[in-house]
Design a protein around this ligand. Structure first.
Ligand code: FMN
Length: 197
């Protein structure tokens, strides 16, 4: 990857970036396994960390899993623009990916993702209080339930959804002693450009 970034072939750089993103889905320690996604919340940008769950290179899609009751879902229902931020501190590579999001709830995509999820991940959807609810004291935080009963998993399933996002453009910045680089890939026009950092 580093060699490619040091080179001047924008098409190859773009290709390698997507490969790196795809590989990161399965590698929990990869810097791109977690990312930050921003939505619009009452005209204000709101960011949070999520786990990158799936990448489709041909379709230029990136996916994360979430709770249908969370505020980000409400944000996306009002405005489906979502931007991803990735940073690999070893490579010194920043990616910003500008997308439009689709929420999948209780459909084929969501069901497949749910069935392929590990039990520990499924248990994240078992809280009774919805994310962001005001609570009286930290001791009463409604933590993920531990008893794995079919009814509980059924309840968790009802809270689960996936957010599938399709890239309209990507901006990358690569910092390097031999010369910093920035490029922009526009997927609507298929225009790839070098840009001033
Ligand atoms: C390391 C890490 C990974 C996380 N991964 C996810 C995730 O994949 N999906 C998710 O909905 N929330 C995830 N969260 C929690 C979110 O960052 C956020 O706090 C929560 O989803 C509520 O966000 P909202 O109020 O903007 O909807 C993660 C948090 C951390 C610290």
């Amino acid at each position: 990857m580093r060699e490619t970034l040091l080179g001047n072939d924008l098409i190859e750089i773009e290709k390698q970036i997507w490969l790196l993103l795809k590989q990161s889905v399965k590698i929990a320690k990869s810097p791109f396994h977690q990312a930050y996604v921003a939505t619009i919340n009452n005209n204000f940008p709101e960011q949070r960390t999520v786990v990158l769950r799936k990448v489709n290179i041909e379709e230029k899609t990136l996916r994360f899993h979430t709770d249908i009751r969370s505020e980000k879902i409400e944000n996306l229902r009002n405005n489906n623009s979502l931007s991803w931020l990735f940073y690999d501190s070893e490579l010194k590579l920043q990616l910003r990916i500008y997308t439009k999001a689709e929420i999948h709830y209780d459909d084929d995509l969501a069901n497949i993702a749910w069935n392929n999820s590990r039990l520990a991940s499924k248990m994240c959807y078992t809280t009774h209080a919805k994310s962001g609810s005001i609570i009286a004291e930290p001791e009463v935080i409604d933590i993920n339930q531990k008893d794995i009963e079919p009814e509980l998993l059924d309840f968790a399933r009802k809270n689960f959804c996936i957010v599938e996002t399709k890239a309209a453009a990507m901006d990358f910045v690569f910092l390097n002693a031999k010369g910093n680089k920035r490029g922009y890939f526009n997927y609507s026009t298929e225009d790839f450009q070098w840009r001033q950092i």
